[in-house]
Design a protein around this ligand. Sequence first.
Ligand SMILES: Cc1ncc(COP(=O)(O)O)c(C=O)c1O
Length: 429
Amino acid sequence: MTASDAVSHLSPVWSRSWTLNVARGEGAYLYDLDGRRYLDFTCGIGVTSTGHAHPQVVKAIQEQAALLLHGQANLVIHQPMLRLAEQLLGIVPSPLDSFFFTNSGAEVIEGAVKLARHATRRQNIIVFQGSFHGRTNATMAMTTSKTIYRAGYQPLAGGVFVAPYPYAYHYGWDADSTSRFCLNELKHLLKSQTAPEETAAILIEPVLGEGGYVVPPPDFLPALRELCDAHGIMLIADEVQSGIGRTGKWFAVEHTGIVPDILVMAKGIASGLPLAGLAARRALMEKWIPGSHGGTFGGNAVACAAAVATIEAIRQEKMVENAAAQGRVLIDGLRELQTARPAIGDVRGIGLMVAAEFTAPDGRPWTELTKATARRAYERDLLLLSCGTYDQAIRFIPPLMVSGAQIADALGIFAQALDQALGDVRATK
Ligand SMILES: Cc1ncc(COP(=O)(O)O)c(C=O)c1O
């Protein structure tokens, strides 16, 4: 059977922008079966934070694999999990000091919501417009970034209420007006649809991910913290995509000065091995009835060893600082490109979570241009992903160790790809 014959046996539910058969990855690059090199600014959707196959992470995985592959968390306590808890204590905001591990972003969000429900003895959850929290039954109900994630699966789990995310460019307002409007709508929701005493948690991405890489105005999360404190509602920060150094701090909430009740992390934590975790205060974690949640594979020994090595490598190579510095270079570069290209309506982001949003001359989100740009970039060996409800933005998620030269390469290719894509889009009119 040839490779392409085998591909036909994979489920088409995995939608693809391109068909790239990869052989290996190294640092910021992926290599296909013929040895062609691609600059990977997708990071497998924000996962390969230390770059592909970081030697320290690979070594830790190999060593742990030879010692113990699986130690089920109810049955044994394995050493990589303890080392990981120790490492995380040093990087999560204080006073979060207790951890639960599972395998994926959606699973850990489900866990966070279950914890909030036990801790408050309330049921309802408030999420935000444009959010992405996963594809399981419960997380699908909390995901509002695109209809495709719900299409054909409705009606979904109840008890989920949606407030507007402070996405200033979408509304066309300044940061203050946007923040004020969104907070008013949230308060209105607590009066009109889910009373505070029925509301277990407010679940938010501190930087909106799939919904468009939107950084909320600086007063927004502190206002949410205040509202939650006033009503005994748990504040859950979904840092599945924004956590572990991505935004130029270990966690995006650090930019806001607030500490959530539950902090959720996944993607970048183990450089590619499936692992997710949540952090909360011990006193809160003790309200989670023992035995009421868990899982066979959660906190896998090899994945935990990879996470420990990931955090060590990020620290040793100062990748958080690099993410902050290279992110600024990337944003400046994009803003420069924007001056001669009115199709780029907005450039935004923080650290290495950066987006350029395309707006058509008539003011609508320019989906076709995003798709054409990503396709043209791919032809030039640069991998870029889209984001936003309309796929109206290109997002840039390079590894945290990306160099200035790689950022410059990506900017150059992006500019050429966009110019060519503008021609493509005009030609199809
Ligand atoms: C913010 C956020 N939360 C949750 C998830 C779900 O994670 P997973 O795909 O690992 O289930 C994602 C995935 O993109 C995400 O970006």
